[in-house]
Structures are given as C-alpha cells and as structure tokens.
Design a binder for this molecule. Structure first.
Ligand code: THU
Length: 125
C-alpha cells in the first residue's frame, strides 16, 4: 500500500475520534507486513488520564489480532505534521523501532520519519 492510500485511511477514520474534551480528533492507520491495515482514533475519558491516543489504539488492535510485524503508520491531526506524543513513541518502539512514520494533516501534506529517529537513545529491553 502506498503512502497516500495509508494517509487517506487515517484521514477517513479520524471522523470516529471520541474527543469531547479536547475537540482534537486524531486518526491513525498502521500497515502490517502481511498487508493488513489497522486503524485507530483517540478515545478520551472524563478521567483525563484514561484517554488513549489513536496510535496506541491502532497498535493494540493489530497486536490483539496476532500481528507482530509492522511496516508503517500514518497519523493525521490538525497540525502542520501530526507528531506522535512521547508515550506513543515509546509504545511503538517496543514493537517496531524501525517503523516508518508518516506525520500528516487532513490536507494530505505529510513528513516521513521513523520511530527510531523520533525516540533517540530509547529505553528498551
Ligand atoms: N493524541 C493522539 O491521539 N495521538 C498523539 O500522538 C497525540 C495526542 C490525542 C490525545 C488527546 O485525545 C488529543 O489528541 C489531544 O491531546
């Protein structure tokens, strides 16, 4: 799947974000080595610390379906380039340090990087 198709899935799923507290919808689409894509959105909670980011939802969905080989994730939010938060970088690093990251916006612009570059000198096992 090419970059633009993955970005489009993240743009499309973003409408399902549950974000009544921040009003800041985020969409993510994670491409696995077998070609399957798992999407995610941010799911907030009145107890702030229980909110979950879009990237971690997508990753958890994939892992719970038996996936363990990840290629690329597209993340979309209303920013110049949607940058994954520190918690998501750490969680993604655990499973895919060389994961490609497409940091995009709803207009379709994006910047390419990797989790390794986003989390230098990471704590890992
Ligand atoms: N958010 C994500 O879903 N992913 C990130 O990497 C950054 C932040 C969500 C969390 C919260 O629901 C909203 O964006 C505002 O911080």
């Amino acid at each position: 799947m090419d970059d633009q198709a993955l970005l489009n899935l993240a743009i499309e799923v973003r409408k399902y974000a549950y974000c009544p507290y921040s009003n800041f919808p985020v969409g993510a689409a994670l491409l696995c080595a077998d070609g399957k894509v798992y999407t995610g959105v941010n799911v907030e909670n009145v107890v702030n610390s229980l909110s979950i980011c879009a990237e971690r939802i997508a990753l958890s969905k994939a892992i719970s379906e038996g996936e363990h080989d990840f290629v690329k994730i597209a993340v979309i939010c209303d920013a110049e380039h949607c940058q994954p938060c520190g918690a998501c970088r750490q969680v993604l690093y655990e499973h895919a340090p060389d994961l490609e990251v497409l940091m995009g916006n709803p207009q379709g612009d994006f910047k390419r990087t990797t989790i390794r570059d986003l989390l230098p000198e990471a704590f890992s096992r």
